[in-house]
Design a protein around this ligand. Structure first.
Ligand SMILES: [Zn+2]
Length: 96
């Protein structure tokens, strides 16, 4: 689900750009625990394990309107993010 936005640049020229309506649910480290932060409903919860945090993140994804592009981003212990899953665009690529 994307739309085209329009803006005027510094030269007064009209430009268009693609707006991505992507919702992101973050799974973040929280001390020894994990925190889920939802971009969509601003909900957040604390869990003991990463697994249950991802389970909650998936519930947020399931509550989004059908067809919404969404993504679960999981923060590793090294503070870098990895993508757990991207929804809404080819979620089930054909097996090779
Ligand atoms: Zn949510």
């Amino acid at each position: 689900m994307s739309d085209v936005g329009r803006a005027t640049n510094a030269m007064g020229k009209s430009i268009s750009f693609k707006i991505e309506m992507r919702k992101i649910i973050y799974v973040l480290t929280h001390g020894e625990k994990w925190r889920v932060q939802c971009d969509h409903c601003n909900g957040s919860s604390i869990t003991d394990t990463q697994t249950s945090a991802i389970t909650i993140a998936r519930k947020h994804v399931a509550s989004l309107p059908e067809g919404t592009l969404s993504q679960i981003l999981v923060q590793g212990r090294d503070s870098k993010f990895r993508t757990e899953w991207t929804y809404g665009e080819d979620p089930f690529p054909p097996r090779g």
